[in-house]
Design a protein around this ligand. Sequence first.
Ligand SMILES: Nc1ncnc2c1ncn2[C@@H]1O[C@H](COP(=O)(O)OP(=O)(O)O)[C@@H](O)[C@H]1O
Ligand SMILES: [Mg+2]
Length: 241
Amino acid sequence: MSALLELQGLNSFYGPVQVHFELSLEVRQGQIVCLLGGNASGKSTTMKSILGLQRPRSGSIRFDGADITGLPTPRIIRRGIGSVPEARRLFPAMTVRENLLMGAYARSDKPGIAADEARVLALFPRLAERLAQRAGTMSGGEQQMLAMARALMGRPKLICMDEPTMGLSPLFVDRVLELIQAINREGVTVFMVEQNASLALAIAHHGYVLQAGRIALQGAAGDLLQDHRIRDAYLGGAATG
Ligand SMILES: Nc1ncnc2c1ncn2[C@@H]1O[C@H](COP(=O)(O)OP(=O)(O)O)[C@@H](O)[C@H]1O
Ligand SMILES: [Mg+2]
């Protein structure tokens, strides 16, 4: 297995404030990789860097064999990276179907788009029932599904998700995690940011822990779940059994 995405020695700043310190990580083809870490540790900035929304001062980002550091976001997306941003960022006044088709804006192959719409709706039957509904009137969980479905419409090789379970009811949290696994089984590599370490590690292959802009810990998801440092910091210590 080779790395589909590789971050090498990123140093990122907001003005004078450094947010990433020599940040390196890789996401292997076919895997679900999660980036864990507390508030303000630099997780969302990592996503923004991959998508070309925040340019690192130094370091490189390679995707699918090419250097994408500093490329404009639309070009990065066209290379095969789909994004499910923090807080979902749908077009609330547009219908479910219109939002879905926005995910295919960079494509011109109409038959392919129609086929993908059918494929995506089969994965998200809840959206199929609500195609004419305005996105802004749906529940948080449904909006999260729509954001995932929209990203899939770009036919990405890699999908990046920033806190996909944030603010969802427990039922929808489980559903969203199942869908992430289903997307991955269809061959899409997943890189997800989560604050909820136990949930993310339960579905991931590999995990990284970011602490104040540095990778503090990494490993196979099963090993990290057992690691006392993770348990103490994110899983409530021994109390979680
Ligand atoms: N646009 C911005 N301008 C200035 N500082 C920012 C900006 N975005 C994030 N930061 C700061 O960078 C640090 C990392 O933020 P972020 O990557 O959003 O962390 P996380 O997603 O892990 O909570 C935080 O201290 C945050 O306040
Ligand atoms: Mg964040």
